[in-house]
Ligand binder design. Sequence first.
Ligand SMILES: Nc1nc2c(c(=O)[nH]1)N[C@H]1C(S)=C(S)[C@@H](COP(=O)(O)OP(=O)(O)OC[C@H]3O[C@@H](n4cnc5c(=O)[nH]c(N)nc54)[C@H](O)[C@@H]3O)O[C@H]1N2
Ligand SMILES: Nc1nc2c(c(=O)[nH]1)N[C@H]1C(S)=C(S)[C@@H](COP(=O)(O)OP(=O)(O)OC[C@H]3O[C@@H](n4cnc5c(=O)[nH]c(N)nc54)[C@H](O)[C@@H]3O)O[C@H]1N2
Ligand code: SF4
Ligand SMILES: [Mo]
Length: 733
Amino acid sequence: MCSSPGATATHCPYCALQCAMTLTVSGPGAASSSASASVEVSGRDFPTNQSGLCRKGWSSAELLKHPDRLREPLLKNDDGEHHPISWDRALGLIRDRVLATRARYGADAVGVFGGGGLTNEKAYLLGKFARLALGTSRIDYNGRFCMSSAAAAGNRAFGLDRGLPFPLTDLGSARTILMLGSNTADTMPPFVQHLQAARDAGGLIVVDPRRSATAELTSEGRGRHLQPAPKTDLALLLGITHVVIMEGLIDEPYVHRRTNGYDDVVRSVAPWWPERVSSVTGVPARLIRETAHRLAEPGGTYILTGRGVEQHANGTDTATAAINLALLLGLPGTPGNGYGTLTGQGNGQGGREHGQKADQLPGYRKITDPAARKHVAGVWGVPESLIPGPGLPAVELLASLGQPGGVRCLFVHGANVAVSAPNASSVLMGLRSLDFLVVCDFFLSETAAEADLVLPVLQWAEEEGTMTNLEGRVLRRRAAVSPPPGARSELWIMARLAELLEAPSSFPDDPETVFTELRAASAGGLADYSGVDYAMLDAELHDAELHRGELHGRELHDGGAGAYWPYPAGSSGTPRLFLDRFAHADGRAVLHPVAPSSSAPFASAPDGVLTLMTGRLLEHYQSGAQTRRVSDLHSTSSEQALQIHPVTAAGLGILDGAEVEVSNERGIVRAVARLSPAVRPDSVFLSFHFPGTGNANVLTSSETDPVSGMPEFKTTQVLVRVHRPAQSEVVGV
Ligand SMILES: Nc1nc2c(c(=O)[nH]1)N[C@H]1C(S)=C(S)[C@@H](COP(=O)(O)OP(=O)(O)OC[C@H]3O[C@@H](n4cnc5c(=O)[nH]c(N)nc54)[C@H](O)[C@@H]3O)O[C@H]1N2
Ligand SMILES: Nc1nc2c(c(=O)[nH]1)N[C@H]1C(S)=C(S)[C@@H](COP(=O)(O)OP(=O)(O)OC[C@H]3O[C@@H](n4cnc5c(=O)[nH]c(N)nc54)[C@H](O)[C@@H]3O)O[C@H]1N2
Ligand code: SF4
Ligand SMILES: [Mo]
C-alpha cells in the first residue's frame, strides 16, 4: 500500500479538506510502531491538496506522543479529582448508571452528543448504540453547529445535501467564483490553489464584513471584496438576484426546464432594488449591479458559502437565497458551473449522513419515514418499534441537561461543548447538573474535565476507518502507529457496553465489519455507500502511489476517481450530482422565496454597542483542545485576541496590546486588543479557540435558526472596554 516501509498513506486529522498525507515511522521501535518511534508527516499528491498541507496538518503528529495524552479511564471522586480505574470497572459503572437512569427517568434521560470528526464507522455505530443499546432518541452532534443551515437549504432546494456536488478540481476552470462568508485562506489553505483561475480572470468575489485573508486574495485586480455589515448577506443576495431578474440575466431555458417556484421568487426580490440593499448592507449599489453582471457572464461561475453566512439565526434562508441566485443563473448541475458549501469538520459530510443526527437514520434517511425505519430495522435485525423517534437538536439537547424531563446521563464522543457550544456558561451549568457525564477523548478537554468518567480513545493515526471529505468523496483513514496500551477504540467501547446492556442487535468492533453493515444500512438511501468497500479504497491509494505518473492529469487529477456517493452497488459513484435531475420526486429544484425579518440599516445599533463576530484563526482548530497542545501553533497564538478597528479603539481609549473586556448580558471575555483596519468600525472579531476567561461562546446566545437549529454564532452585541492598559501605555504614564 505504501511507497516505502514504515510509510502509511492516509489523510489529515483535522478539517474537511482531508488533505492527503504520508506518515513515516522511524527510529527505535519503528518496526512495531511503538511509542518510542518518531512519526514524520509529509504532504501526498491528491487532487484536493496537490501535496499541500497547512501548519496544522504539518504539525499534527506532535499530538500522537503528547504528554497530556490520556492513557487510562479516569473516575472523578468525591474530592473532585480524576483517578485512574480499570476498564472493567469503568464499563461496569456505566452499565449501572445507565440502567439506574433508565429505571428512574426513562430511556430518554440518557443522551449522546457526537462529533463531525468521527469516522463514518464510529458515527454510524454511535447512532445505532444510542437507539438500540441505550434505547434513547436523545442523540445529536456538533455538526448541528456547523453544517445544519447549509444542509437544510440544500435539502429544501435540491432534495439532497452534499457540500460540494462536484469535484473540487472543477473550480480550476472557473472564471468567476463568489465566496460568501468563507475564509478558506485561513481555514483550508491548500484550497486556495483551486481559486487561481478565477483570480487570474479577475473574478474572485469575496463577501465578508472583515478583510479576511481570503478577501485579501482579491487585491491587485484579482476580484472584488464586498464588505457588508454583519448578518446582512440575505439582503445583499436578494439585491444581486433582483438585478439578475430585472436586467434579464437569468438562464431562462434552465429555469423553465429544471426549477419550480420562479414566480414566487420574482415577487420576493422585487422590493430589494440595489439602492435599498445598499442602505441595509453598506455595499455600494454599483458593486451589487457589477457582481450580478459578472456572475452571469459565460466561462464558468461558481457560488460557494461558508459559516459566515450560515451560522446565523437566518442561516438557512441566507443559504437558500444563495441557491436561488445560483439556480436563476443556471449553475447547479451545469458542467463547468456550480453551487456548493464548504463542509468544515474532518468528517463533517459523512458524520451527517449515518445516524448521529436527532432526526436521521443511516444513508441520510429520515427517522420519521416508515420505509426508512423498516429498511434499517431489517439490517439491524430488530422490530421497527424498537427504533425511537426523533430526538432534540443540539442546542435543545444541551439546554435539557439536568432539567426535569431532560437528559441526566450524557455520553460525549468527539466534541468539546464546554468551549464550542453557544451560551457556554449555561452549557457548563448543564454539564455540572448531570447525574453522570461520560466523555470519550484522547485529551482532558474542558468538557472531559467536567466528566464523572473519562474514557481514553484512539487518535486518527492509530485507527482504521473511512472519512467523507467536502466533495462527498469517501477516503481511507489508516493506522500508522500503535495506540498507548490503556487507550481503546470507540467501536470497542460501544460493542462492550452494548453487550453489558444486552442490546438487541450485534455491535461489531472491527471497522471494516462496521463499514460493511453501514453499506447495507445506507443502501437505497440518499447517501448510498453500498458499492464502496475497503479493498477498493485501498486499491485506489495503492494505484495512486504506484502509478502516480500515469494518473497525473487523468483520473485522480480531474477529480473523477474516488468513491463519491451516491455509490449504489454496481455503480461507479457520482462525482458530479444533478447533471440530469435534482433529487426531488419530479427531478426539479425548488426556488424557495425568502426575506429578511428586518430591513433596518445594520449600523443602527445603540451608541457604544459593537457587533461581535466569531470565527477561526489559521493556527487553531475549533475549541483548540488539540491545537493548543501543539507547541508551534500555541506559540504563534497563545491567547484570545480581539480584532478592533483603530478608529473604534481610539474612541474607547484602547491601544494595541491592551487587555480588554468584551461583555454583554451573558458574561465577560478577556482578550488582548489587536488594532486592525481589517474589521469594520461597527464590529469586532474573536476566535472561539480559547477556554475559560477567553471563551467567546460565553457571549454568544442560544438563539437558533427555526429550520436548522443552527445557533447564532456569528453575531452578538457587545460592549468593549479597557481592563488593563497596554504595556507601553503604563510605562508612558
Ligand atoms: N484554521 C482552522 N481551520 C478550520 C477550522 C478551524 O477551527 N481552524 N475548522 C473547520 C471547520 S469545522 C469549519 S466549519 C470551517 C469553517 O470555515 P470558514 O467558514 O471559512 O470559517 P469562519 O472563520 O468560521 O468564518 C468565515 C468568515 O465569515 C466571516 N463572517 C462573520 N460574520 C459574517 C457575516 O455576517 N457575513 C459574512 N459574509 N461573513 C461573515 C468571518 O469574518 C470569517 O472570515 O473551517 C474548517 N477549517
Ligand atoms: N463562537 C463560535 N462557536 C463555534 C463556531 C464558530 O464559528 N463560532 N463554530 C462551530 C463549528 S462550525 C463547529 S464544527 C464546532 C466544533 O467544536 P467542537 O465540538 O468543540 O470541536 P473540537 O474542538 O474539534 O472538539 C473535538 C473534541 O473531540 C476530541 N476528538 C477528536 N477526534 C475524536 C474522536 O475520534 N473521538 C473522540 N471521542 N474524541 C475526538 C478532541 O480532542 C476534542 O476535545 O464549534 C462550533 N462553535
Ligand atoms: S487544510 Fe485541513 S486537512 Fe489540510 S492540512 Fe490543514 S487542517 Fe489538515
Ligand atoms: Mo464546523
